[in-house]
Design a protein around this ligand. Structure first.
Ligand SMILES: [Zn+2]
Length: 235
């Protein structure tokens, strides 16, 4: 199993690794990686792998049967190769800011309106969140987002901890996603925002709330009580 370095350090930008598997010449598994694989509404990381000054571009990263697989732009990497990896940091950092913003917004929607997240997608320019909410209006939603922006000003720290399965099951507020928790996992990674929010999560986050900037709702769509939709940007 690949050691996923981004789980405990979202700010790791470069590291040394060894190639442990190569499939179809372009799909690489490493002993250690900080490249985030697509998942949880957060896109994959891009970047480069360098072997003896030769650069291989990382064009896609996904998780397949528990392994993190990196697709590179050309053949040439072999099992046992020692490489240097580097993340496209502008891209990753943007996703981190959006991801933490999504947690903060969903915390307020859950606590104020008992809303659950039914879908989300982060992009470079904007993020989309879908949620269930009985008593909905765009004005209410904007008030919740204003509240999120006020909390950002407190600049709370974001931290990671791990929790046993039975402990997580006693606390339904830890998993606000409507889809529920994955089966067969014994220990869950928990992302904390100060002491106001705890969430089971595998994504990458900023260390401090002020790094998010200001959340600005650019569009709302109402498709029924289980499918309210908002798009926001960060300023
Ligand atoms: Zn998340």
């Amino acid at each position: 199993m690949t050691n996923a370095l981004y789980m405990d350090d979202s700010y790791l930008k470069s590291w040394d690794a060894k190639v442990v598997a190569v499939k179809d010449e372009k799909f690489i598994v490493l002993d250690y990686t900080a490249f985030y694989p697509k998942g949880g509404g957060q896109p994959w990381d891009e970047g480069i792998m360098v072997k003896d000054n030769e650069k291989f571009k990382v064009v896609y990263v996904g998780k397949f049967s528990g392994e993190i697989s990196h697709e590179v732009d050309k053949a040439g990497l072999k099992v046992g190769d020692k490489i240097r990896c580097e993340i496209d940091w502008d891209r990753r950092y943007t996703y981190m800011r959006f991801h933490t913003a999504c947690h903060l917004i969903s915390n307020i929607l859950y606590n104020r309106a008992n809303a659950k997240i039914t879908g989300n997608q982060i992009e470079m320019e904007k993020a989309r969140m879908d949620f269930s909410m009985i008593d909905y209006s765009p004005e209410k939603l904007n008030a919740y987002v204003d509240e999120a922006n006020k909390i950002i000003e407190q600049d709370l720290s974001i931290t990671v901890e791990y929790m046993k399965r039975q402990e997580v099951f006693g606390k339904p507020e830890l998993a606000r996603l409507a889809v529920g928790l994955p089966k067969n996992i014994k220990e869950f990674r928990i992302v904390n925002i100060g002491d106001i929010d705890k969430q089971v999560d595998g994504g990458t986050h900023v260390n401090h709330l002020k790094e998010i900037g200001i959340i600005d709702v650019i569009k709302t769509v109402n498709k029924g009580k289980n499918n309210r939709r908002m798009y926001f940007i960060l300023k």
